[in-house]
Design a binder for this molecule. Structure first.
Ligand SMILES: Cc1cc2nc3c(=O)[nH]c(=O)nc-3n(C[C@H](O)[C@H](O)[C@H](O)COP(=O)(O)OP(=O)(O)OC[C@H]3O[C@@H](n4cnc5c(N)ncnc54)[C@H](O)[C@@H]3O)c2cc1C
Length: 371
């Protein structure tokens, strides 16, 4: 391959892997550069809605998932999805280079280079930064924007499914100053996530130590929330706590030959369960536009790339900006204190769940008309 013809993807998370598979389908052979040396079973679960599944369907992966986990709204352990994607990359002959942490981006008239923390460098015709919420690509392009703490944390757990919860149940539990969601993510197992107002916590998907888990269970009021929830909390074998932060929306996602994708472009709080789904929508939309203007047999020059990136931003920025705002608002709606506030919240939520045009319903049901 011509050195300058290489398509560079930074990050082998959900967006990076899905993008590589979409590009492969269009005849391109991108290479992924991933910071970690090895992908491990860390993190919790993701909720995949029809719009995300539709993107996976385009690369012939939805069938594998839906036959395993059901359809159309499914829960899946993040690691299971990432592993499935990485296995598919290997079977498609696509390369992932591990231990490559992007440090700097350099661009000249002929192409773009990624310089990694180990001092190595790769050159390419374009670069897609799929490097998540703490994106180095984003700060290289647009400077560091310190995130703002929302005052909420999310505590996530994976537990054996209590007998009282049926397959396919999607539990939303509203309490005083707290909210919990729980859904099955594989046979016999359930993922739960509790949103609480708490002092600032780091924005990392890191598991608690055994001692921290025991302390969380001891202090948690969730164990008073009925038998199913008590059982889930008592039997959980992994608890992760992450602080929820806001970042200002960007009005462009590209500079020259470099484009941000997924959380790097539009990090969102998790209250609408759309982070991974929107990242996967990005990939499908980008490749649809790329196919319209470019061909894998011709060089991706700056004029074509600019055309593609601008069209992509025109479609994706309004949709994701609205989503980020709505997700933020949803957190504030759900977590309230005081008897009157809780009663008003319960009424509002009841109305929202029955209203097919409400924001959560519209994102969950919207199967990506722009795909
Ligand atoms: C370890 C982990 C666990 C997670 N667990 C959950 C969860 O339980 N629930 C949930 O809702 N969301 C979770 N997320 C976030 C979720 O995956 C994303 O919000 C969503 O899927 C969008 O995906 P993304 O590919 O844009 O970002 P991510 O999935 O975060 O992927 C980013 C990838 O880029 C890599 N990377 C970062 N910096 C660099 C760099 N400088 N150079 C090269 N590579 C880099 C990361 O290692 C990662 O593989 C987790 C993310 C991570 C990284």
């Amino acid at each position: 391959m011509e050195r300058r013809g290489r398509i560079i993807i930074i990050g082998a998370g959900i967006a990076g892997c899905v993008l590589a598979l979409h590009l492969k389908k269009e005849g391109f052979s991108p290479v992924i550069y991933e910071r970690v040396n090895q992908v491990k079973d860390v993190g919790g679960s993701l909720s995949l809605s029809p719009n995300g599944l539709r993107s996976l369907g385009t690369i012939d992966l939805a069938g594998d998932l839906t036959s395993l986990y059901g359809y159309p709204q499914i829960g899946i352990k993040r690691f299971t999805l990432q592993k499935l994607l990485i296995d598919r990359l290997a079977s498609e002959g696509l390369r992932v280079e591990y231990g490559k942490s992007l440090k700097t981006i350099q661009e000249d008239a002929d192409g773009v280079s990624a310089i990694f923390s180990d001092g190595t460098q790769v050159d390419g015709c374009c670069m897609f930064c799929c490097d998540g919420i703490h994106s180095v690509g984003r700060s290289q392009l647009f400077g560091l924007q310190p995130p703002e703490y929302t005052g909420l944390t999310q505590t996530i757990g994976l537990s054996p499914k209590p007998d009282s919860i049926c397959d396919g149940d999607f539990l939303n539990v509203y309490g005083v100053n707290s909210f919990m969601v729980a859904y099955g993510y594989s046979e016999g197992e359930i993922a739960w996530a509790a949103t609480l107002p708490e002092p600032e916590q780091p924005e990392v998907w890191k598991g608690m130590t055994n001692e921290e888990q025991e302390e969380f269970k001891r202090r948690s009021t969730f164990t008073d929330w009925g038998a199913s929830i008590r059982q889930m909390m008592e039997t959980t074998d992994r608890i992760i706590k992450v602080g929820l932060y806001d970042r200002p929306a960007l009005d462009v996602w590209h500079r020259g030959r470099v484009l941000l994708i997924g959380d790097a472009a539009h990090p969102t709080s998790p209250h609408l369960g759309q982070g991974a789904n929107q990242a996967m929508e990005d990939c499908a939309v980008l490749c649809r536009i790329l196919k319209k203007h470019c061909s894998a047999s011709e060089p991706l020059d700056i004029l074509k790339l600019t055309l593609v990136f601008e069209e992509f931003e025109k479609i994706r920025i309004p949709r994701t900006s609205e989503l980020v705002k709505s997700a933020r608002a949803m957190g504030a709606v759900r977590v309230v204190a005081g008897a009157e506030e809780c009663t008003a919240r319960d009424e509002r939520v009841r109305h929202m769940l029955n209203d097919g045009t409400s924001i959560p319903a519209s994102y969950a049901r919207n199967i990506g008309t722009d795909l």
